[in-house]
Ligand binder design. Structure first.
Ligand SMILES: NC(=O)c1ccc[n+]([C@@H]2O[C@H](COP(=O)([O-])OP(=O)(O)OC[C@H]3O[C@@H](n4cnc5c(N)ncnc54)[C@H](OP(=O)(O)O)[C@@H]3O)[C@@H](O)[C@H]2O)c1
Length: 265
């Protein structure tokens, strides 16, 4: 697809939820290379400022920072106030929140924050932008899930459940979107070396082994965009692809939860 085809289908603005760092920042750069302007939603003013400065040195497209904390219940409504005045054709929900610990030890306040980032604001955003894209007859939606969507995630329960929600929701939305001219994809990731991933890895040899297989954010995002618009659900990287095939043959659901649980014991 040429640059102008991409802009015609998904331009002029892309809204990125969690766009100032890690895979969000990499997604912003990729979209800017394709000619889209960026509405970058994130909760740290410092990170937004830093990323904006880096971004503006390289790209000439517009960059609109929006400081919002997606762990607050109605956070996305303030984003809609900004984006509804603009020609938006692409959206990606990247931010995720996790808290490690046993189910009973996580505070209710933390659960609420995770629900708000991983499920509630995600759902509000999808309903809102899908409505706009269907009405205008074009648009693109790309969401991020994780292999924990398949395995579940003991000691990080809400995160894994949230990623399963995002994967299932996006796959279903992709089926509907295809009939309306809207391209939708969920990318399911294994380890990718972002600041968040580096902090969350298990310690010791296991962490080092995972890290040796981790993709760079750049390779991950390149692979995603090579496949965007072609399939609805995509596993990124050779290792995750082969793991999923192996798991489907060798493991039942209990075995998959056990596999993941043992990482953090
Ligand atoms: N990296 C991996 O190995 C991996 C593996 C599987 C799936 N994924 C998925 O890929 C996506 C991106 O992951 P990532 O590693 O780049 O990390 P991430 O922590 O999700 O980072 C994306 C951006 O979202 C921001 N963010 C977090 N909470 C927010 C909130 N409440 N409000 C607004 N912005 C918020 C982050 O800020 P802070 O960094 O300051 O929190 C960061 O700038 C996630 O959906 C994740 O589940 C990643």
């Amino acid at each position: 697809m040429t640059l102008s085809d991409f802009q015609a289908k998904y331009g002029k603005y892309a809204v990125l939820f969690g766009g100032a760092d890690g895979l969000g920042a990499e997604t912003a750069k990729k979209l800017a290379e394709k000619g889209l302007s960026i509405i970058c939603v994130d909760y740290s003013q410092e990170k937004l400022d830093q990323f904006e400065a880096e971004f503006r040195k390289i790209y000439s497209v517009d960059f609109i920072p929006v400081k919002i904390d997606l762990s607050e219940e109605n956070a996305v409504l303030d984003v809609f106030d900004v984006t509804d005045r603009l020609d938006v054709g692409f959206v990606s929900y990247i931010a995720a929140l996790h808290k490690f610990g046993k189910i009973q030890d996580i505070s209710w306040d933390d659960y609420m924050k995770m629900f708000n980032v991983n499920i509630l604001n995600f759902t509000k955003a999808m309903k809102h932008y899908m409505g706009i894209f269907v009405e205008q007859g074009h648009g693109g939606i790309m969401n991020y899930s994780s292999l924990t969507a398949l395995t579940s995630s003991p000691y990080n329960v809400e995160y894994g459940a949230g990623k399963a929600y995002i994967k299932s929701f996006t796959q279903a939305m992709a089926y509907e979107g295809e009939k309306e001219g809207v391209d939708v994809m969920v990318a399911t990731l294994g380890a990718t070396a972002t600041p968040t991933e580096l902090k969350a890895q298990p310690q010791g040899d296991l962490g080092a082994k995972i890290q040796s297989m981790a993709l760079t954010p750049e390779d991950t995002v390149n692979e995603i965009f090579d496949n965007f618009g072609k399939v609805h659900s995509y596993y990124v990287g050779e290792h995750p692809k082969s793991q999923v095939k192996k798991w489907r043959i060798e493991n039942d659901d209990d075995g998959l939860a056990e596999y993941m649980g043992k990482f953090y014991e």
